[in-house]
Design a binder for this molecule. Structure first.
Ligand code: KG4
Ligand code: ZN
Length: 345
C-alpha cells in the first residue's frame, strides 16, 4: 500500500511517500524548513508559517511523488497531521489533503502529531515491545505517555509552562546565539560545572507530576547576568553545558521514576530535542542500569517530518478499518487532546 503523509503543524512543510505491507520503507520524503524565515524573530511567526505552507505544499507533494517514481493515481491512502499545532498551518495541510482525497477518491486518515513523533521510532525499529513509556520533547510539546498498546496512550506528565525545546530556543535568543536554540546550544556546550553553575531540580509546589521548565530558564538568565556572561564570554560553553545537563537530567529522572513505578518493557524518546547528544547519553546510561530497551527515531525523524505521519496513518487504518476515512468535514485542532488519562487515537 502506498501512503502519502502530510505534515504542516508548525514551521516545516513535509510530504512523505511510504510503502507499507509486504515491504515497509520510506520511498521519498521532502521537508521544507521555514527556519530562515523565522530566525530573525527568534521563534515561529504563525502567519508567516501558514503563508509559506500554502506557497510550497503543491510543489513538495509533486517532488515527493516524482522521487518515489509514482503518480498521484498510484497513492492508496492519505495520512495527515490533524493537530496539535498552529491552526492556520494545520488548515493548509488539511485543505490540501481534502482536495487530493476528493480528486482521487482516497481514504484520509487524520493522526495526532504527538503520537506521530512516538511512531517515528517504529520506522527503524518495528519490533519495539509494549508496554512502553514515550517521552516527546520538542519545540511545542513535552509529554510523557504510558502506552500499554499502540493506540491507548495515557498521559503521565506534561509541561505546565514552556516545552523543553522552547526553553532551549528562548535561552539561545536571550544569549544572542540564533534560532533554533537546541542545535546551536548543543554545538557550543562544554562539560558543565554544577558547582560554578548550579541548577535546582524543578519541583511542583502542588505535588503534581507535571514538568516545569520556567525555573530552569530563569536560573540560566540569572546566572548569565550574575557572571556577566554574553555570547562571546569564555565561560559561555560551560554555562550552556550545565544548563543542557540540568535539562537532560530532569527529563531522564522523571521518565525513570515513571518507569520504576510501571512495568514497561521499552522507552521511546522522540521529538526535536531527542536529537540532543547529552540527552541521548543520559538516557542510554539510565536505561542500561535498569535493563530497559531504549529507542530513538533516526535524527531526521526526530524533528517534524511526514514519514512519521504516513507510518502512523497506515497503522491506524489497519487497526481501525471501520472508522470513516471519507469524512471531508474533518477539522484541525490546535491544542493537545491528551490532557488526562483515557484512550486517544
Ligand atoms: O519536533 P520539532 O521539529 O518541532 C515541534 O514539534 O515542536 O522540534 C523542534 C525543537 C526546537 O525547539 C529545537 O531547538 C529542538 O527541537 N532541537 C534540538 C536539537 N535539534 C532540534 N534540541 C536539542 N538538541 C538538538 N540537537
Ligand atoms: Zn513536532
Amino acid at each position: 500500500m502506498i501512503v502519502l503523509g502530510i505534515e504542516t503543524s508548525c514551521d516545516e512543510t513535509a510530504v512523505a511517500i511510504a510503502e507499507r505491507g509486504e515491504r515497509n520503507l520510506i520511498r521519498a520524503e521532502e521537508v521544507k524548513s521555514q527556519i530562515p524565515l523565522h530566525a530573525r524573530f527568534g521563534g515561529v511567526v504563525p502567519e508567516i508559517a501558514s503563508r509559506n505552507h500554502c506557497e510550497v505544499i503543491d510543489d513538495l507533494a509533486e517532488t515527493a511523488l516524482a522521487r518515489a517514481g509514482l503518480g498521484p493515481g498510484q497513492v492508496d491512502l492519505l495520512a495527515l497531521t490533524q493537530g496539535p499545532g498552529l491552526l492556520g498551518s494545520l488548515l493548509v495541510g488539511l485543505s490540501f489533503a481534502k482536495g487530493v482525497a476528493l480528486r482521487h477518491r482516497l481514504p484520509l486518515v487524520a493522526v495526532d502529531h504527538i503520537m506521530a513523533h512516538v511512531e517515528a521510532a517504529f520506522i527503524d525499529h518495528p519490533t519495539i515491545a509494549f508496554p512502553l513509556l514515550a517521552l516527546v520533547v520538542s519545540g511545542g510539546h513535552t509529554t510523557l505517555l504510558h502506552l500499554p498498546e499502540r493506540f491507548a496512550p495515557q498521559v503521565v506528565a506534561k509541561t505546565r509552562d514552556d516545552a523543553a525545546g522552547e526553553i532551549l530556543d528562548k535561552a539561545a535568543k536571550f544569549l544572542g546565539l540564533g534560532y533554533p536554540g537546541g542545535p546551536i546550544l548543543e554545538r557550543l556546550a562544554a562539560p558543565g560545572d554544577p558547582r560554578r553553575f548550579p541548577f535546582a531540580v524543578p519541583k511542583m509546589s502542588d505535588g503534581s507530576n507535571d514538568f516545569s521548565f520556567s525555573g530552569t530558564k530563569s536560573a540560566l538568565l540569572r546566572l548569565a547576568q550574575q557572571h556577566g556572561i554574553t555570547a562571546t564570554s569564555p565561560e559561555l560553553p560551560t554555562l550552556i553545558g550545565s544548563f543542557l545537563e540540568a535539562v537532560a537530567d530532569y527529563l531522564v529522572q522523571k521518565t525513570m521514576a515513571a518507569a520504576d513505578s510501571s512495568q514497561v518493557r521499552s522507552i521511546v524518546v522522540a521529538g526535536g530535542v531527542s536529537r540532543n547528544r547529552i540527552l541521548r547519553e543520559r538516557f542510554q546510561r539510565a536505561t542500561k542500569q535498569r535493563g530497559l530497551d531504549l529507542f530513538f527515531p533516526a535524527p531526521d525523524h526526530c524533528t517534524d517530518n511526514a514519514s512519521m505521519v504516513a507510518w502512523l496513518g497506515y497503522e491506524k487504518y489497519r487497526a481501525f478499518p471501520k472508522l470513516n476515512y471519507a469524512d471531508l468535514y474533518l477539522n484541525s485542532y490546535s491544542r493537545a487532546l491528551f490532557r488526562g488519562p483515557g484512550r486517544h487515537r
